[in-house]
Design a protein around this ligand. Structure first.
Ligand SMILES: [Fe+2]
Length: 156
């Protein structure tokens, strides 16, 4: 889908019209709601089912989250996020997200605004992969192609 940098309008997206895109590790999916190539930020719903882990990563810009459902924590911090929790992580924060969902039918769901690139690390702490607004958009488009769905205009 063509990206219109001049798009400057109100938007209303129905999240049910956007697929859960596998994020790359088991039991983890994201649903992009907005991807801003202009600012390098994106908004997505994250879904992590029981046993799911988002591997250790560093955020190069701040992150904000609001928990919709389920429970989760970061291995590196001593709190647990529950429905209604608001989470803020400063630029440079390094963490590993673990879902504390105990119910198969109720994965954790959290709305995250990610303000910049994410550096994923391997088991040795070496840089493995950099996630950006561009790579999120690419994953979304690839997945839409895989399942035969026309991607929505999420770039604004
Ligand atoms: Fe994170």
């Amino acid at each position: 889908m063509a990206v219109d940098p001049a798009l400057n309008t109100d938007m209303m997206l129905r999240s049910e019209d956007i697929p859960w895109v596998p994020q790359g590790s088991a039991n983890v999916w994201f649903k992009p709601l907005r991807i801003s190539l202009e600012t390098g930020s994106w908004v997505n719903l994250l879904k992590v089912a029981r046993g799911g882990v988002v591997s250790r990563h560093r955020h190069l810009a701040e992150v904000e989250g609001w928990v919709v459902q389920g429970r989760w924590h970061y291995l590196e911090h001593d709190w647990q996020a529950v429905p209604g929790s608001y989470v803020y992580e400063p630029p440079g924060d390094v963490h590993t997200l673990v879902s504390d969902s105990t119910d198969e039918t109720e994965p954790m769901l959290t709305l995250f605004k990610i303000h910049g690139p994410i550096e994923y690390m391997d088991d040795n702490g070496e840089l493995a992969y950099v996630e950006t607004a561009e790579s999120k958009l690419k994953r979304y488009h690839q997945y839409c192609e895989e399942i035969g769905t026309e991607p929505l205009q999420l770039v604004f």
